[in-house]
Design a protein around this ligand. Structure first.
Ligand code: BJ8
Length: 430
């Protein structure tokens, strides 16, 4: 009989990483309970989810050992907070790109000792993880690559730099030709910073290989997302969100293989009529701000209210994998240009104008067979909050049921959100 699920501990490793071990030791048991309740309690999960469960069991141990082994060879380990940071250039240098966590309530109080309270919970949570020394990934990275997407982030990087070297990439907020020129220069600076850590210059073949690797990862996620659109759904929204979160810290080649193995199982499930919920289950598309690990709050509320999430229009979702890089470049300069072109397609609300995002949400709504949209905005995220006005208008014009919610990581509003979500589901059911 297999061992019961348990998130593993390794105090010796954490000590080596300079963590607050006595405090952090309380985290794996808490996470084990949450994970068991939210994920393992689901009925009829695909058996290939075992790999992703295992990634969570090893989130504070096995994967950290793998990262440290790469770091010891002198390869770069770089932490990021945004899908605008081109991970291909880190992979090209033989390094590891880690999307750092920022989805937990437990680190917010640490952050609020320094940062103002009324800013985005994702920024506070991430900052708190570092200053509280309660995230092994944060302790393992050589540097953090920040960006100038929103005010909360770009000003926090100035403070974060006191605790971990933090480089900032300027992301323009418009997408004109002159912005593209600036963006390409920023990508070149990023490549130089990565090369500096590894002590070697990445060349054409390294970049070509990395583009292939990350394209393959994104293509696997596209395949998975297409399969989950089938009605009745062969996989839950919670499991899909989990995989989208793991994409940010797993080894990319292995991850891609495991996503395809899961897709093969889902293909079979669809043929055999095996599903996680009946075809009559109300189908919801969630759009908006990213849900960083371990933020499972809204998906859990929606799916425990009798609906199913069938798409995440989010950076922990389709914004991360909907676009690939053209692989036909013949020089490093061309590679960097094409890479930039791909990243410029990401339709974050920090851009103006950003009407392509509204069109994209509607497109995903239609492709996913959703019956309503819940737009999720983290508290104090002004750009997504204001963009919800246009999204609501677009939905009203098309008769698409729409609800906007604003929330943080605290459990305080769960009851209230549950009531609103239940009423929305009733509305969809007519
Ligand atoms: S590309 S969505 S990952 S910036 S939610 S911290 S914007 S106040 S996360 Fe994002 Fe890159 Fe855009 Fe995606 Fe600020 Fe808003 Fe908080 Fe945000």
């Amino acid at each position: 009989m297999s061992e019961p699920f348990k998130i593993k501990s390794d105090p010796e490793l954490w000590e080596k990483l300079g963590m607050d071990v006595s405090r952090f030791s309380g985290m794996p048991p808490m996470l084990t309970t949450a994970y068991t309740n939210i994920f393992l309690s689901q009925k009829n999960r695909p058996s290939e989810m075992a790999y992703f469960d295992n990634m969570i069991e090893n989130i504070h141990t096995g994967r950290i050992h793998e990262i440290m082994a790469v770091k010891e060879t002198g390869k770069p380990v770089i932490g990021t907070f945004c899908v605008y940071v081109p991970e291909e250039l880190i992979v090209a240098a033989g390094g590891i790109c880690v999307g750092l966590c920022g989805g937990a309530q437990g680190s917010i109080a640490d952050a609020e000792k320094i940062l103002p309270r009324n800013i985005c919970p994702m920024v506070k949570s991430a900052f708190g993880f570092k200053i509280g020394k309660i995230c092994p990934y944060f302790q393992a990275v050589d540097l953090v690559y920040g960006e100038t997407t929103c005010d909360a982030k770009k000003k926090t990087w100035e403070l974060l730099d006191r605790y971990v070297p933090t480089h900032v990439m300027e992301i323009p907020q418009m997408k004109r030709e002159r912005d593209k020129k600036l963006w390409v220069e920023e990508v070149k600076d990023f490549k130089a910073a990565v090369d500096k850590i590894s002590g070697t210059e990445t060349e054409f073949d390294d970049i070509a290989g990395a583009i292939k690797t990350i394209n393959a990862k994104r293509a696997a996620l596209q395949r998975l997302n297409n399969l989950r659109h089938f009605n009745p759904s062969p996989i839950s929204g919670r499991d899909m969100l989990l995989i989208e979160q793991i994409a940010f810290y797993d080894e990319p080649v292995r991850f891609t293989e495991k996503v395809h193995a899961l897709c093969n199982e889902l293909d079979k499930r669809i043929k055999d009529g095996v599903a996680v919920a009946p075809a009559s289950t109300p189908r919801i598309l969630v759009s908006g701000t990213p849900m960083a690990l371990p933020n499972w709050k809204l998906h859990n509320i929606i799916e425990s209210s009798g609906a199913i999430v069938v798409n995440e229009e989010s950076c922990i979702g389709t914004r991360y994998y909907k676009d690939l890089i053209d692989e036909g470049s013949t020089s490093v300069d061309q590679q960097l240009e094409r890479l930039t072109e791909r990243y410029m397609k990401i339709d974050c609300s920090c851009f103006t104008p950003n009407d392509e995002r509204i069109d994209q949400v509607i497109k995903e709504y239609e492709e996913s067979g959703a019956q309503g949209i819940i737009d999720y905005c983290l508290q104090f995220c002004h750009t997504y909050n204001i963009e919800a006005v246009k999204l609501r208008e677009a939905c009203e014009q098309r008769g698409i049921p729409f609800m906007a919610i604003e929330s943080d990581y605290s459990p305080d509003d769960v009851g209230q959100l549950q009531t609103r979500v239940e009423a929305f589901i009733e509305q969809i059911q007519g």
